[in-house]
Structure formats: structure tokens, C-alpha cells
Design a protein around this ligand. Structure first.
Ligand SMILES: Nc1ncnc2c1ncn2[C@@H]1O[C@H](COP(=O)(O)OP(=O)(O)O)[C@@H](O)[C@H]1O
Ligand SMILES: N[C@@H](CC(=O)OP(=O)(O)O)C(=O)O
Length: 449
């Protein structure tokens, strides 16, 4: 049995749904299907999830949501019309959109989560209705088996309860099960979402919990490329790579696959195959254990993200001072702020944060506390910090790899803010100013590939 996830671009229009149904019919093993919400298409420049977030905000602010609701209904209606779905059968979808605003929610966070989750919730129902209308045995599954913990904004999976329930989920040979991606339920029966792009995570959890032979992830590119195809035209395709390589690359900006979705696949050793809905015969990219996925080249991929900010600290004899780092961690803990990386030198230390993890007020408070409690000689806040991650199982011995990466930056006149060749032997992390990041990635890519 395979778990097959389709991204928003694969389910954006009726024509895309038709491709998806063809793909399902080509392989009886594709029994567990995960849907995203309808994504962007030429005629629809806004993702359904973003429309739902707008609808949620309008509801919270008591604003007129008529236009947004109409736009949402139109997205699902055009898909239903493509298949001449009986209007009476379809009607449950627009009805649920109307009802969303009438429910009671414990807080605005739960309201936002429930609204956002409905993109996939309704799309999975619609796909099941279309398949049923075609005479196929397809059932929509409300993902009650996905148990979520804590509040709506920092939801995590309750692994024990989830994998226990998935272990008991019965799969009949002749049936296709259509699960919505992106959300689960907490103990109180409230919908709670993963972070954006989280339908990939649902697919991976189902692949692990239902012991799939493969986790297929259908998107709109024929492979994962060595560099973002929006940056370099016709980049080298990655035929296969290890779980660890994918995790580092997706963490650092390869938006094609969610970085947290690797973990359940690793835990159950389920291979992942990223494929293209619009080019389904292309082999795509395989991701699996390192032993079976030997690298073709020293460098597998180069990812970048400017989603970071950094605090630079300098103090002479920092290396000799016991407890300096511990006091920094205590300050961060006090303000509830996680950090991403903390590379250090003999007298310097850089703390790198994800921009989404802290607000302006926290930034100011952290700096005030560090100034007061640690008296650094220099302290500088970098708001425009980007990270480049050069990743490759083949770099493990690294002889020559560093020169290959850094020389093109020097030649392009790009100043390196930070280099971290830390514990992970398969990656080298570089910090540059955001304005330089695209040119830096292109320069490294063209020097290596
Ligand atoms: N290295 C990469 N290889 C392939 N695609 C990438 C890469 N980095 C970023 N992308 C982008 O990821 C997109 C696919 O991810 P996403 O938009 O989330 O798809 P889906 O809607 O199928 O979930 C591609 O269209 C591409 O622009
Ligand atoms: N629809 C959600 C979840 C998701 O995974 O979408 P996609 O598969 O289109 O990236 C989002 O937009 O974040």
C-alpha cells in the first residue's frame, strides 16, 4: 500500500483533479490519498488556505466577508462543475463554508486554525464525492486518528495516541481512503493545524502509522533540483538523496518538501518519492536511508533562506568565561524565544533566530537583558540575515569542498558574515546579508555544477 499526497498546485482546478484521478487509477496500491487545499493556478492567484485566513480575520474583526466566501465557493464549484457533480451532492461544501462563521470557538487561535484547516477538509470531501460519482469505492476520512497536543498555534503531534489509532485503522483491499492534510484534532475535538505546508507532514505520519511501502509526494516539479528552480534555470535534478540531506535542505529553504515531514518517514524507514502531477512518468526524486542513496556528486544541493535574524556578541576572553552561554540561554528562556544556531569563536558568538520566533518587543528586551547581565564589548543586531546551506553526503571528508564554496563568493565580492562547519558532517552553513543571498547561491551553484 502506498500513501500518495497531492499538493495544492496539483488540486487547484478541475483539470488538475482529472490528472490526479488518472494517477490514482494507474496504480491500485495508491489506496491512502492525502489532499492539500486548492493552491494557485493561472486563473486563481490566491491559495484557498490564504483566502480562509482572510475569512477568519474578517470574522474576528466583524467585517463583511461576503466577497471572500464567494471566492472560496467558486474555487470548489469550478472543480465540481468540471466533473458535472450533482449540485445537491456538492451543496454540503458551500454549506460548511457558511457554517464556519457560526460555530463557537474557544479563542481566536482556534477559530483561525479551524478556518485554515477547512481548505483540506473540504477538498478531501470533494475528491471523495467525485470518485464516488464515478462509481469508485472511495471514502473520506476525518483524521480523528491524528491527535494533536497544546494550543492551536504551537500544535504538536501526540505520537503515542496517533500511532496507536493508526495501527488499528483497517484498510480494505478494494477501497481508497481520502484524508485531508494539514490538521488533526486535540483532546477537546478542536481542529489544530501544522505549520504552513503541513500536508506533507500528514502524509508522512500516515505513511509511518499505516506502514506504507512508499510515501509518494506529488507536486508541480519533475524532481527536487540542486538549487531552487526560481533562481537558476534548468538546474541539475537530484535523482536520489538521503533523509538527512533532505532534512537539511528543506530546513534551509527547499520549500518543495516540509522539513518536519522527514521525521516520521525516517522513524519507519519509508522511502519518499517526490513526483510531478503534470509529468507522472518522470521518476522524480527518491529519498531514503543513506546506505541506499549514495550521492552522485560531492554536493547534493544548495538551499537558502532569508527568514533569519542574528545577534552578534563580542567579548574578549569569551572562551575562558564559564557560564556565559548558559546565561544567554536563561535570558532566551525567560522571554520564551527559541534559537536556531549559535556558532562561536574565541571572543565572539552569533545567535541566529528564525524571524517567526520573536517580535520587536522581545528583540529589544533580550538585548537590554544581555547588555545588563553580560556586558558584551560589542553587540549588534542583524535584521537582514540569510543562511545558505550547502549539503552533500559526499562532503563528509570535506577536502576541497570548502574552497569550492567560498572562492566563488570572494570572486563575486560577497562578504561572508558567518561560517558554521559544525557537527553535521554533511553540510556547511554560511551566513550572508539578505541582499546578497541570491547572487551567493548562484555563484556557488555555477562553481560546483
Ligand atoms: N530545490 C527545489 N527543487 C524543486 N522545487 C523547489 C526547490 N526549491 C523550491 N522549490 C519550489 O517548490 C515548489 C513546490 O512546492 P509547493 O509549492 O509547496 O508545492 P505543492 O503545492 O505541490 O505542495 C516548486 O514549484 C518550486 O518552485
Ligand atoms: N494548504 C496548506 C498546507 C499545505 O501543505 O499546502 P501545500 O501542499 O499546497 O504546500 C498551506 O497552504 O500551507
Amino acid at each position: 500500500m502506498k500513501v500518495t499526497k497531492f499538493g495544492g498546485s496539483s488540486l487547484a482546478t478541475g483539470a488538475q483533479f482529472e490528472r490526479v484521478i488518472d494517477i490514482l487509477n494507474q496504480d491500485e496500491g495508491r489506496q491512502v490519498v492525502v489532499t492539500s487545499a486548492p493552491g494557485k493556478a493561472k486563473e486563481f492567484p490566491i491559495k484557498v488556505t490564504d483566502l480562509l485566513i482572510r475569512y477568519a480575520n474578517e470574522t474576528i474583526n466583524d467585517e463583511d466577508a461576503t466577497e471572500t466566501v464567494l471566492a472560496l465557493k467558486e474555487r470548489y464549484q469550478t472543480i465540481a462543475d468540471h466533473f458535472n457533480l450533482d449540485q445537491e451532492v456538492f451543496q454540503t461544501i458551500p454549506d460548511q463554508l457558511d457554517q464556519l462563521a457560526n460555530h463557537h470557538y474557544r479563542s481566536y487561535s482556534y477559530l483561525r486554525a479551524a478556518f485554515a484547516a477547512h481548505g483540506e477538509y473540504l477538498n478531501a470531501q470533494l475528491l471523495a464525492l467525485i470518485l464516488q460519482a464515478k462509481g469508485e469505492k472511495a471514502v473520506f476520512v476525518d483524521p480523528k486518528q491524528l491527535h494533536m497536543e497544546t494550543d492551536a498555534t504551537t500544535a504538536t503531534l501526540n505520537e503515542e495516541a496517533t500511532y496507536r489509532d493508526l495501527g488499528a485503522f483497517e484498510i480494505k483491499d478494494d477501497t481508497r481512503y481520502i484524508f485531508p492534510g494539514f490538521f488533526g484534532y486535540n483532546d477537546r475535538g478542536e481542529m489544530v493545524t501544522f505549520s504552513r505546508g503541513g500536508s506533507d507532514i500528514t502524509g508522512a505520519i500516515l505513511a509511518r502509522g499505516l506502514m506504507a511501502e512508499v510515501y509518494e509526494n506529488f507536486t508541480d516539479v519533475s524532481a527536487i533540483y540542486a538549487v531552487n528552480p526560481r533562481l537558476v534555470s534548468h538546474p541539475a535534478a537530484i535523482k536520489n538523496m538521503s533523509y538527512s540531506e533532505m532534512r537539511e535542505l528543506s530546513y534551509a529553504g527547499f520549500a518543495v518538501f516540509h522539513d518536519e515531514a522527514i521525521i516520521p518517514a525516517i522513524q519507519a524507514q519509508v522511502p519518499i518519492n517526490v513526483k510531478n502531477t503534470n509529468d507522472p512518468t518522470a521518476p522524480g526524486t527518491w529519498i531514503g536511508p543513506a546506505e541506499q542513496n549514495k550521492p552522485e556528486r560531492r554536493v547534493t544541493g544548495i538551499a537558502a533562506s532569508d527568514n533569519f535574524c542574528a545577534l552578534y556578541l563580542h567579548r574578549y576572553l569569551l572562551n575562558k568565561e564559564i557560564g556565559f552561554t548558559m546565561r544567554i540561554l536563561k535570558i532566551l528562556d525567560r522571554h520564551g524565544v527559541p534559537y536556531e544556531h549559535m556558532p562561536s569563536g574565541i571572543d565572539d558568538l552569533t545567535i541566529i533566530f528564525n524571524k517567526k520566533s520573536l517580535n520587536k518587543e522581545q528583540i529589544e528586551q533580550i538585548q537590554t537583558d544581555i547588555e545588563r547581565e553580560l556586558s558584551p564589548d560589542t553587540m549588534a543586531w542583524h535584521d537582514d540575515f540569510a543562511i545558505i546551506m550547502v549539503v552533500g553526503q559526499g562532503m563528509i571528508n570535506r577536502v576541497g569542498a570548502f574552497t569550492e564554496i567560498v572562492t566563488p563568493l570572494k570572486d563575486a565580492g560577497i562578504s561572508l558574515q558567518m561560517v558554521n562547519q559544525g557537527a553535521s558532517e554533511i553540510s556547511i552553513m554560511l551566513g550572508v546579508e539578505s541582499k546578497d543571498v541570491d547572487n551567493a547561491v548562484k555563484a556557488i551553484y555555477h562553481n560546483i555544477f
